[in-house]
Design a protein around this ligand. Structure first.
Ligand code: ADP
Ligand code: MG
Length: 432
């Protein structure tokens, strides 16, 4: 459960203004293209020079948010590649071709569908302001079910003179929205260059880092608010209607200081996310450091599903398949499966230098002497979101929070709509 993390909301949470229009960046904000782009750009550059993975990563980071051509030009400069031999157009064409074959792999960012539905249902006027050129955009969005049509106006990278961090794209988006006062617009952006561009246009900007990133870069870009994922966007703070899909759960104060139950809000996930695999060794810090054992799943095989979850704390049910020799006592040859309430964290593990998430569920059950799951099959049905990852001043406060998360998870799972999911055939390995 313990993952290093940025503060929950490091925004200067002063007085939030009232906005009427929402401008959305595309890559890394609504769709999860950043990892694919990194992979493809890395492969294209790798054969053009002797670079370390670190050098390439750093170069790509510096151009995140730029238009493809600007970004390519800047990268070749950063890497000091001879453009007589490696022309911008060649590199761009090769990257573009490879990407065009693979856009179909790209998922929406966690919370993006919910946000777009919310904006549409409330009739809030929206713009897409993307560095992607228009001829590329269609291909990129082919596998995306036409939701882009629900966005009122679109401004693409090829329509403006200067790309992000210049404000042009946002200024154009505002023009198309018919907004003359930039202070009526809030921009959602995942890159610091995008945040700079939004601020330069006069709009407000919320940064939602798509890849684990240094919080500082967003602060220096002038972000008005920094949130961990789209789940944490609170439109009511900006004078817009609030989301209505949260559910309240009542939890008794675990520290026993007050008798009054506390109310916590949880966010049901639609659809629930199923993840599973054999339990692997983690870093031993769960039970040792925190007194909270977490049965880690290897992230590689569950990448597709786990990418649908923003870093944070979740609740759901866990199905655990009994190991050989562990049986129901009736038929000694048949392994049985049982389900348990669970609370889990999913997030960036500092050990993996921001490239991989870890998935760490704590099964809320005392297994006593049978508490060794290594190698056993674990299945998780993740039903709802509790909170973003957070920083804690001390180990004690982290532990206290994890126990509170566990209470919230149990209370949530007691709600009828989640209670019934306990006997899901997925969790029972199809044995119902
Ligand atoms: P690791 O770092 O290897 O994940 P932890 O200290 O987090 O080690 O302990 C996790 C292990 O503890 C699990 O893999 C499992 O074998 C065992 N375990 C015992 N009880 C539980 C529980 N209630 N929830 C999760 N894991 C448990
Ligand atoms: Mg663990």
């Amino acid at each position: 459960m313990a993952t290093a993390a940025a503060p929950e909301e490091s925004a200067p949470s002063k007085c939030f203004p009232t906005v009427t229009h929402v401008i959305l960046d595309l890559d890394g904000t609504l769709i999860n293209t950043e990892q694919l782009v990194d992979e493809v750009v890395t492969s294209v550059l790798d054969k053009r020079g002797e670079f370390t993975a670190g050098q390439l990563h750093k170069a790509i980071e510096q151009v995140r948010g730029m238009r493809p051509k600007d970004g390519t030009k800047a990268i070749l400069q950063i890497l000091q590649l001879d453009t007589e031999i490696h022309s911008v157009d060649d590199v761009l064409a090769e990257t573009g071709e490879l990407l065009n074959q693979r856009w179909g792999e790209v998922n929406m960012m966690p919370g993006a569908k919910r946000l777009l539905d919310y904006l549409h249902e409330h009739g809030i006027k929206t713009a897409l302001a993307t560095s992607t050129p228009s001829d590329f955009l269609e291909k990129k969005m082919e596998s995306h079910d036409g939701w882009i049509k629900k966005i009122n106006v679109v401004a693409t990278g090829d329509e403006v003179e200067n790309g992000k961090p210049a404000p042009d794209i946002f200024t154009l988006a505002m023009e198309r929205l018919g907004v003359s006062d930039a202070k009526k617009c809030i921009v959602l952006e995942d890159t610091s260059l995008g945040v700079q561009a939004a601020k330069a246009s006069g709009a407000f900007a919320i940064a939602i880092p798509s890849i684990q990133n240094d919080q500082k870069t967003y602060e220096t870009s002038g972000a008005d608010s920094i949130i961990k994922s789209l789940y944490d966007f609170q439109p009511e703070r900006w004078g817009l209607p609030g989301f209505e899909d949260y559910l309240d759960v009542q939890v008794k104060d675990t520290a026993g200081e007050t008798q009054e139950p506390e109310t916590h809000q949880i966010l049901p996930l639609h659809p629930a996310i199923n993840l599973g695999g054999p339990v692997v060794k983690g870093f031993g810090r769960g039970s040792k450091t925190l007194g909270v054992p977490t049965a880690n799943l290897e992230i590689g095989p569950i990448k597709l599903e786990s990418d649908k979850l923003a870093p944070g704390i979740y609740f759901g049910w866990a199905g655990l398949r009994d190991g050989e020799g562990v049986t129901d006592g009736k038929n000694s040859n048949t392994p049985i499966s049982s389900t348990y309430p669970m609370v889990m964290s999913i997030g960036w593990n500092p050990f993996f230098e921001n490239s991989q998430k870890t998935c760490e569920p704590w099964l809320l059950h005392d297994f006593g002497d049978n508490g060794d799951f290594y190698g056993r099959e674990l299945r998780l049905s993740v039903l709802g979101y509790i909170r973003p990852e957070a920083n804690f001043v001390s180990l004690e406060s982290l532990i206290e929070r994890i126990h509170k998360d566990a209470s919230v998870a149990k209370a949530a799972l007691d709600l009828s709509q989640f209670r019934d999911k306990r006997k899901d055939t997925y969790l029972l390995f199809g044995e119902t």
